[in-house]
Design a protein. Structure first.
Length: 74
């Protein structure tokens, strides 16, 4: 994969593992160790297509979660 630049500010992107969360129709999804590209200038996170697809599948119930955690709501 070639080095890409941030579409937001043109800064350099670094590969990074991070935790992402998604709230879809009142259900909370947490994704650990997702490989993303993070901009060193503005901190914007770019999610590669493969990771985004996996998250989509998980949200549609196609993947088995590793574990479940209770999430407090206020
Ligand atoms: Zn940027």
């Amino acid at each position: 994969m070639k080095d890409s630049l941030c579409a937001q500010c043109g800064g350099k992107l670094h590969r990074k593992k991070t935790t992402l969360d998604r709230l879809v129709e009142g259900a909370f999804y947490l994704f650990e160790n997702v490989s993303v590209q993070m901009c060193e200038q503005c901190g914007e996170i770019w999610i590669p297509g493969s990771a985004a697809e996996r998250m989509d599948q998980a949200i549609r119930g196609k993947l088995k979660p590793k574990r479940r955690i209770p999430v407090p709501v206020y």
